[in-house]
Design a protein around this ligand. Structure first.
Ligand code: 9MR
Length: 371
């Protein structure tokens, strides 16, 4: 069956219907990618996708179909996509991602039910109206979204980036408390994480509940402090029998930061000892300020840094590895002024370049999934 026919069929299905697509035929270029290398070893490779970028042409879709076993919507599962106006839910962008996944026999993980960013303009003022109001808003969102996605999405980032950043380094935050200041914390107090997790468990009892966090990988006192903060928050949740199944380590790597496997492996091992799964959810690489003189040398350095991180994650028990986009062309590292390079150079932090040609990182991933 050709992909066009599959998409047409899937397009008529309600959100969550699966197993209709027969999978792309070899002519659809969907075999022989990283997903096929990873699968026999019990590993999963995936990527973030954006439905608008996939809609531009068939080339990126074919690449995603071939390489990824698991997709995560880069935007379509966020609050501003799903509930742009109060009480008005829009699942169409998310459905576009699910249709693509159905056609390619890919799974989809959800991102993110609760975050202090990607909030539609109405949300923060509404939360500030009072605690019971805020609780109601949270409950309606989680229950509605999980009710809709239950058949199609079995793992959601229920809470995203809730841990406070210590002072210094990127994203400076207050030194007091383990939770990041946010409209959620202000409206509901520190119990909001537990509340969200319990609501998610209630709405979809067999869903894997994931807490997703960034900047917890480097060998710096700053990242160590953040790891410790995360462990304290997680221990507190588990002590109160709060449902929680997995910790997502984003993996937005920064080559200017030193990396040493031992503290990171130790951190993952501690989490696994608490009964949690660990997975890499958003890997990409920011290069250092001073770049190597050739593209080949830059790409080799990116692959080496990412390779060390990936191996440590695997040693610490991670079995699922997602990149935050397959190509440099579509990356937030290009479009977000907060992280884009200011020297006129474009990012080389993804497996494929801006012409969609594979780079050393793609080869390193292939080697990683073959070992
Ligand atoms: O890559 C995403 C970018 O396109 C969006 O504009 C932005 C806001 O929705 O979110 C970016 O993705 C973030 C992810 O959701 C959470 N971890 C950090 C990612 C990069 O900012």
């Amino acid at each position: 069956m050709r992909r066009r026919a599959l998409l047409g069929l899937a397009g008529t299905l309600p959100l969550g219907c699966t197993a209709v697509a027969q999978g792309p035929d070899p002519g659809d270029n969907a075999s022989g990618g990283l997903r096929d290398l990873a699968r026999p070893r019990g590993l999963t490779f995936g990527t973030a996708v954006r439905s608008d970028k996939l809609a531009v042409g068939p080339t990126l879709s074919a690449l995603v179909a071939r390489e990824a076993e698991l997709l995560v919507p880069e935007w379509e599962g966020k609050w501003d996509a799903l509930q742009p106006q109060r009480g008005r839910f829009d699942f169409e962008p998310l459905r576009a991602v699910l249709r693509l996944a159905q056609a390619n026999r890919q799974r989809v993980r959800g991102h993110a039910l609760l975050w202090h960013e990607a909030m539609p303009p109405w949300l923060a003022p509404a939360l500030a109206e009072g605690q019971s109001q805020a609780q109601q808003i949270l409950e309606t969102h989680i229950t509605t979204v999980l009710g809709e996605t239950r058949a199609a999405i079995r793992d959601w980032d229920v809470v995203n980036e809730v841990i406070s950043a210590p002072p210094g380094g990127d994203n400076p935050g207050p030194a007091n408390g383990d939770l990041r200041p946010s409209p959620w914390l202000s409206a509901l107090g520190p119990g909001y994480i537990e509340r969200a997790l319990r609501l998610a468990r209630q709405a979809d009892p067999t869903l894997r509940l994931t807490m997703n966090e960034f900047a917890v990988y480097a060998d710096t006192p700053w990242a160590q402090a953040k790891r410790e903060g995360l462990l304290r928050v997680v221990r507190g949740l588990l002590d109160r029998n709060c449902p929680l199944d997995a910790i997502g380590i984003q993996g937005h790597l920064q080559m200017r930061e030193p990396f040493r496997p031992e503290p990171f492996v130790q951190f993952l091992t501690t989490l696994r000892g608490m009964g949690l799964s660990v997975l890499i959810t958003e890997m990409d690489v920011r290069e250092p300020d001073v770049l190597a003189p050739t593209l080949a040398a830059r790409d080799a350095a990116v692959a080496e840094y990412a390779g060390a991180f990936l191996q440590a994650a695997r040693d610490g028990g991670a079995r699922t590895f997602l990149v935050w986009g397959l190509t440099d062309r579509d990356s937030w590292l290009l479009s977000d002024p907060g992280v884009a390079r200011h020297d006129g150079q474009t990012t080389r932090g993804h497996p494929y370049d801006s012409e969609l040609r594979p780079k050393a990182l793609q080869a390193r991933l292939a080697q990683f999934f073959s070992a």
